[in-house]
Ligand binder design. Sequence first.
Ligand SMILES: C[S@@+](CC[C@H](N)C(=O)[O-])C[C@H]1O[C@@H](n2cnc3c(N)ncnc32)[C@H](O)[C@@H]1O
Length: 390
Amino acid sequence: MTSAAKASADFVAAAESVLASQDEAARKQLLGTAMKATAMLEAPLDAVWRMVMSPHAPAACMTLIKAGVIQEIAKSDAPLTAEHLSKTSGADKLLLVCLLRPLSALGVVKEARQEEYAPTPVTKILVDRALLGGYQFMFSAATRSLANLPFYLEKTNFKHVSGAPGPFQDAHGTPDNMYLWLASDPAMMANFNAFMTGQRADRKQWFDFIDVYDILLKGADPSAPLLIDIGGGEGHDLLEFHRRYPNAPGRLILQDLPPVIDSIQDLPSKVECQKYDFFQEQPVKGARCYYFRSIFHNWPDADCIKILRNTAAAMRPGYSKLLMSEFVLPSSNTPLYPALLDINMMALLNGMERTEAEFSALLDAAGLKVVKFWSVGAETEGLVEAVLKD
Ligand SMILES: C[S@@+](CC[C@H](N)C(=O)[O-])C[C@H]1O[C@@H](n2cnc3c(N)ncnc32)[C@H](O)[C@@H]1O
């Protein structure tokens, strides 16, 4: 056996043993090593070609989702023929065979025999409500804007995006921001809300890594609102908080735009729902905590400052806190995922991810100051804790 063959076999054996052990930290460590090794071993030409060829498989996958083919394969345990898939979807058999080839090469489906397709773990998870909604939302809203981004930015003489009209408006031919655009398409809004509800299933909640008693519960006035989740979507974060702290004193309030609040079906009565636009005066005064998750990366600086000022005006000095759950970018060597998310926010919402210095400047402009940046690593969201300036 050559040394390369032995090293490859050893690595595969290590991967099999880590998978069998179900040790998540070890799996991530080994994956990190594999990715580093891929970057080292990939020839420069291959790296460029991989980027050039990267839109193709997602486009094939989106087409197959729209045709219901991924869903059909996912629900079957036995392999399904291209013939059968063509009959159930109404799509041409030859088209399906073409589109399924790259997905089979990538492990999204398995070509069990010639032109027969079985589900893989990827097919199965892809049809989960949050991921299926998320995939369709991202492809329709973000991918179209990303494909147009270089042409849009060239038209602006390469200015950093700082407000509407921006790449989203240019690509979609609309004056509206993404949330207004969603409001006019209930099916796409349902996709987006499902995505928000389930997209972070494998990430830590902020209340897993901060001292909730110290920051929130200690000294909380039971007659005042405890926690307001502003732009909280369908209320998943408050629901989880209530599960974890069922006896926390004070009210739990979910605020979002009217179409989102109207779409909510079942939340426990402990969570009060309010229709609220955060560009208007905050109606709930003196709460213990005003909480925002993944809100500020949606907006350019000027809009963030407006939202923060509206919140600051409702906060009780010496009592109220403001918490933002966001990625906090390191000042250099940002990992790939948050670096890509930054471009995503630019393409969708004229928004951006921010560094500690950029968050501090936003808060300062709205009469607030940082108490602490809580972090569990640069690859996931941290928490920015802030209070009113003295
Ligand atoms: C990226 S989602 C985050 C949802 C939730 N906080 C989460 O992290 O899962 C942004 C949320 O902001 C809401 N939103 C957008 N514009 C708003 C506005 N002007 N006032 C209140 N909520 C708004 C959207 O409806 C959406 O639920």
